[in-house]
Ligand binder design. Structure first.
Ligand SMILES: *[C@@H]1O[C@H](CO)[C@@H](O)[C@H](O)[C@H]1NC(C)=O
Ligand SMILES: *[C@@H]1O[C@H](CO)[C@@H](O)[C@H](O)[C@H]1NC(C)=O
Ligand SMILES: *[C@@H]1O[C@H](CO)[C@@H](O)[C@H](O)[C@H]1NC(C)=O
Ligand SMILES: *[C@@H]1O[C@H](CO)[C@@H](O)[C@H](O)[C@H]1NC(C)=O
Ligand SMILES: *[C@@H]1O[C@H](CO)[C@@H](O)[C@H](O)[C@H]1NC(C)=O
Ligand SMILES: *[C@@H]1O[C@H](CO)[C@@H](O)[C@H](O)[C@H]1NC(C)=O
Ligand SMILES: *[C@@H]1O[C@H](CO)[C@@H](O)[C@H](O)[C@H]1NC(C)=O
Ligand SMILES: *[C@@H]1O[C@H](CO)[C@@H](O)[C@H](O)[C@H]1NC(C)=O
Ligand SMILES: CC(=O)N[C@H]1CO[C@H](CO)[C@@H](O)[C@@H]1O
Length: 848
């Protein structure tokens, strides 16, 4: 065994030992001091990532956690979703995707820690922020303030969760993985709106949390007035300027947005990894010791779990692991390198506060000393556009604009946030490339359909003499509420003559379909920022009795803002005017109401009705018609990976596979055509509207079907289409491979983990490292050039200088492997142009 091998063995032994400590259930004490969380007497630098258990299926939890661990995380953070754990007061549910104990144990088995954000307010773009709707209907309740009823219910749920965790021995002091717990959530953002009640509530929440004796520290995020001993933590795109409210508390960052959420009608937000890495490096540079990505894996808002208004079903979040569970590159890889670089400095970071040194305008160094001799340093250029050369410790360093370099020995740069050497993936969400995707079309012959009734469909309707608020009326048992009345035209009209009139409908949101005499006359809708809307339509009325039916729709209950829980929805005003401007307010006449759709009541989405005679069968399926239920069967494309349902030919509605709700869809709502920047400059402050793509397109056309929800043979697909679509064009696909690429220069830093203290970085070669998702292998090399290759990933071309035989060297090293690494060095390929700075560019195909 050579010395290199024995080094690897030592490293492995340490890793195994570390895992063993956590898995074996040895109790650990968790406290904190001014610098850091202290686990078993040791201050720790911790990297954390959010994964919300119900946004994926339990079968894939181990793989998501494995990818998180390989990405350099120590901690998994999750909210808890009260409304699904206690759907009816006193009746609890912890099964399937909501099996919280199983999730925490999966994390534990991987040897990672857990930060449990019990809340119970979650926000999280989750329906009603995680509050059960029944809570809203307890007379006298007021949410998130000093209200006796609310406090009693909140305390009961906090205690319930803590008790379950204790019984399962999941707190660190019991040998479990939970090292932190959170009470409330970003209350500091809204506290002003609750007056004195808010201040009292914060004190009460803190005392209540502490009284539950979890034996691990509690945090309150975005809560400047968090009472001792609760740690107040920072959420945001940057947290380097944050300081906790007491010198005895560590600087912690609980939500660093890896991207942003998606809403129907909006373009897709993304956050360049260079900026995300910059924000993280700046945080550790300026004294932080705990940082969490929100989200590390976002996943999917299945069924009706999405918050609102208008939150999409995809909760991809541009996270390092994409909605389908695939690694997103270069985000995942660049952050993994960053995490390794930060960990190389851990011993210094936990030892002291940083010492600041000004290096120039917008140029600064922060140095952490272990003793007067040994230090680690972060060099930052916070200028938005100017690159710079700086002198630090007698050496000269190049610092690109908006970047941080990490020097674990105050001398060698092992990582710079702006220099991405990680591999990239091409078309990570497209599912569209023939070599990497396998598709099944759903033939038109197998379809069945059911035409939903317009208006009142049963005798369990009821009447009222005004327009009712929708959430109070439906109690969120359905997205839908019918408002029905009749309009009588008294005038004598000649045969064939109609009366023209204007209908002016105002709604608090979120969308509504309007029918006159059972024919569709209009569709109105709001957007995520403002769900309210006005719909003005010219309509024609007949002599005598006319029916007006309005189907009002909710697209996720509000989850954020002061008093968000009492935000209303539904139609609040209907005015009819004739061409002479004689107006009649029909709002306060008698209305008949029907909650939900007939198809929902019948259970058309369930497997048990798959063969029911309710369905009309045949090949002449209705196309482009509103309020149609469709069903068909499909054979899942072969493979083991997740599936994507392409609903780009549909309008708006909901979809189910084998009875499981895969979410709301809305392909007909296009994002504004302007405002996107596909090649967004990462330099300068990021915000949620800075980097957008997909303008003029639907927010989402592909919908995630977990592999465990399908089986061999026929699978049932049911859709409820509200507006009109063409189901014959729907397809189901799965990914069977991926194109990956990398472009690394001789002047780029070597792989972070190749460096060890006392080694000169100069003595190491940078490397192109490629790897495939587990189960896939490199099957072809589409491009390889050493010299001066040009262009970007996916569009490489050879430059003037290029070596011979590079392709065959790369093929030799990579084909048939799950991954390969190639030093960017003339020693490896021969030198095609001495004296010229060279680089290595490779594009490869991974497949199953
Ligand atoms: C808190 O829990 C620990 C461990 O379960 C126990 O030893 C201790 O007595 C408890 N303290 C209180 C105040 O209940
Ligand atoms: C930094 O130094 C290098 C090498 O000396 C030089 O090529 C480059 O132009 C300098 N960059 C800046 C921003 O001054
Ligand atoms: C979805 O299907 C449409 C046809 O209805 C097709 O044009 C489009 O390329 C597909 N999208 C993806 C991402 O596969
Ligand atoms: C109009 O039709 C509705 C439903 O058919 C009925 O209940 C109502 O009495 C009718 N009104 C008039 C004025 O005929
Ligand atoms: C819902 O009903 C409650 C209790 O009747 C009432 O206080 C509240 O204002 C209603 N909410 C809306 C949005 O109308
Ligand atoms: C009705 O009102 C509209 C808008 O106020 C006005 O433009 C129109 O001329 C009016 N029509 C009549 C017949 O008065
Ligand atoms: C519906 O019919 C198909 C084909 O006959 C059968 O395979 C399937 O089990 C039936 N489903 C139900 C729920 O009865
Ligand atoms: C669908 O119907 C609407 C009106 O009902 C019409 O504007 C639209 O062009 C139709 N689309 C297709 C694809 O037929
Ligand atoms: C409490 C709260 O609002 N947290 C939110 C912060 O903003 C992100 C935006 O995506 C939400 O996901 C968090 O839930």
């Amino acid at each position: 065994m050579g010395s290199k091998d024995s080094l690897i063995v030592t490293v492995l032994a340490i890793l195994v030992f570390k895992d063993y400590l956590c898995e074996s259930g040895l109790a650990a004490t968790v406290t904190y001091d001014h610098r850091a969380l202290v686990i078993d007497g040791q201050r720790r630098v911790l990297l954390s990532g959010s994964i919300h258990y119900p946004r994926s299926t339990p079968e894939v939890w181990p793989e998501l956690i494995r990818k998180s661990k390989e990405g350099g995380l120590d901690v998994i953070e999750t909210y808890i979703f009260w409304n699904y754990h206690e759907p009816v007061r006193g009746e609890y549910y912890f099964e399937g995707r909501f099996d919280l104990v199983r999730f925490v144990k999966v994390v534990q088995e991987a040897g990672l820690y857990v930060h449990l954000r019990i809340g119970p307010y979650a926000c999280a773009e989750w329906n009603y922020g995680g509050f059960p709707t029944w809570l809203h209907f307890i007379p006298g309740v007021q949410f998130r303030t000093s209200n006796a009823i609310f406090k009693e219910e909140m305390k009961r749920f906090l205690a319930k969760i803590v008790t379950i965790m204790k019984e399962e021995k999941l707190f660190a002091t019991q040998g479990g993985p939970i090292i932190l717990a959170q009470v409330e959530n970003e209350y500091g953002n809204v506290e002003w709106a609750y007056g004195v009640g808010g201040e009292l509530y914060v004190k009460w929440a803190a005392e209540t949390a502490v009284s539950l004796n979890t034996t691990v520290p509690w945090v309150m995020c975005q809560q400047e007035d968090a009472p001792d001993p609760i740690i107040n933590t920072c959420n945001g795109f940057y947290c380097d300027e944050f300081t906790p409210n007491s010198p005895s508390k560590p600087k912690m960052w609980t939500e660093n947005y890896s991207g942003w959420f998606l809403a129907f009608g909006n373009p897709i937000p993304f956050r360049p990894v260079e900026d995300l890495a910059f924000s993280v490096a700046r945080f550790f540079e300026t004294g932080g010791t705990f940082q969490n990505y929100y989200m590390y894996f976002g996943g999917t808002n299945f069924g009706r779990t999405a918050g609102g208004p208008l939150i999409a079903s995809s909760y991809d979040y541009d996270a390092p692991i994409d909605e389908y569970g695939f690694i997103r590159q270069p985000k995942w890889g660049h952050l993994r390198d960053l995490h390794k670089a930060i960990k190389q400095c851990e011993g210094y970071l936990v030892n002291s506060d940083p010492t600041y040194e000004r290096l120039g305008v917008n140029l600064e160094a922060h140095i952490y000393y272990k003793n007067t001799q040994e230090c680690a340093a972060f060099l930052a250029n916070i200028d938005k556009s100017l690159d710079a050369n700086v002198t630090f410790n007698g050496n000269s360093y190049n610092l690109p604009a908006w970047s941080v370099s990490i020097l674990p020995d105050c001398k060698n740069v092992i990582f710079n946030t702006a220099k991405v050497v990680s591999q990239r993936s091409l078309g990570d969400l497209s599912y569209a490339h023939p070599t990497t995707m396998r598709e099944s079309l759903l033939g038109p012959s197998a379809w069945g359909w059911y035409k939903e009734k317009v208006g009142i469909w049963s005798d369990n309707s009821f009447t009222g003499s005004s327009l009712l608020e929708q959430i109070n009326t439906t109690k969120d048992t359905s997205d839908y509420l019918w408002y029905t009345t009749s309009i009588n035209v008294n005038e004598k009209l000649t045969p064939g003559q109609v009366k023209e009139a204007f209908l002016l409908i105002e709604s608090l949101g979120h969308a509504a379909l309007v029918f006159v005499n059972k024919r569709p006359v209009g569709f109105g809708y709001g957007n995520h920022e403002d769900a309210s809307f006005t719909l003005s339509k010219k309509v024609t009325l007949n002599e005598g009795n006319n029916t007006l039916d309005m189907l009002s729709m909710i697209i996720g209950l509000q989850n954020y803002g002061p008093w968000f829980d009492i935000a209303g929805a539904g139609i609040f005003s209907v005015i009819l005017s004739d061409l002479m401007n004689n107006t009649e307010d029909v709002s306060s006449r008698e209305w008949t109401y029907q909650i939900g759709l007939e198809g929902e009541y019948l259970g058309l989405d369930t497997i048990s009705l798959a063969n029911s005679s309710l369905w009309t069968l045949g090949s002449d399926i209705p196309i482009n018609q509103s309020l149609i239920w469709y069903k068909t069967t499909f054979i899942a494309p072969e493979g083991t990976g997740p599936l994507a349902l392409n609903l780009s030919s549909m309008g708006k509605g909901q979809a189910w596979v084998n009875g499981q709700g895969i979410g709301r869809y809305w392909s007909a709502y296009l994002a504004p055509s302007a405002g996107c920047t596909e090649n967004c400059d990462y330099r300068g402050s990021y915000d949620a509207s800075k980097c957008l793509k997909n303008c003029g397109q639907p927010a989402q056309t592909l919908y995630h079907i977990p592999r465990t929800w399908v089986h061999s043979g026929d699978n049932l697909l049911v859709l409820h289409e509200e507006l009109g679509g063409d189901p014959s064009k729907i397809s189901v696909s799965t990914r069977i491979g991926q194109e990956v690429c990398a472009h690394v220069s001789e002047s780029d830093p070597p792989p972070v983990d190749a460096w060890t203290p006392n080694l000169e970085v100069m003595s190491l070669n940078p490397e192109v490292r490629l790897s495939c998702e587990q189960g896939w292998k490199i099957t072809s090399i589409n491009f390889a050039s050493f010299g001066t290759p040009e262009g970007q990933c996916g569009k490489f071309s050879q430059g003037i200088c290029h070596g011979e035989n590079v392709l065959s060297v790369v093929q030799q090293a990579c084909i048939g492997q799950e991954g390969c690494s190639l030093p960017v060095s003339a020693a490896n390929f021969g030198d095609p142009c001495p004296g010229v700075l060279k680089s290595l560019a490779i594009e490869a195909l991974c497949s199953d």
